[in-house]
Design a protein. Structure first.
Length: 98
């Protein structure tokens, strides 16, 4: 969160930090493989991107130009979500790894 505040101050922009799931939570969509629940953090990132584009810009009183950034696994999840959006796919992260 500290890095997000630095970016917001230095670039004079609204910054959204996305928390993605590390496990399947109750009342959330979970992928079922071999009778076990699996998480889908790529979907979490896609949902956040959809919110930013549809409501976030207005709610945050932000410019409609967007910059996406991430570090380590967050960058990887962002890349997978953006590729899914580009390709019009709704693949889960477990399907992409198979």
């Amino acid at each position: 969160a500290h890095r997000c505040l630095e970016m917001a101050d230095s670039m004079n922009v609204a910054v959204v930090s996305v928390e993605y799931s590390l496990f399947c939570q109750v009342n959330r969509h979970c992928i079922v493989n071999d009778n076990s629940n699996a998480f889908d953090p790529v979907n979490d990132v896609s949902i956040a991107i959809d919110w930013i584009e549809s409501k976030g810009v207005e709610e945050l009183n932000a410019h409609s130009s967007l910059l996406a950034s991430g570090e380590s696994s967050g960058a990887h999840l962002l890349m997978l979500a953006m590729l899914n959006r580009r390709d019009g796919e709704k693949q889960s992260s477990t399907e992409q790894c198979a």
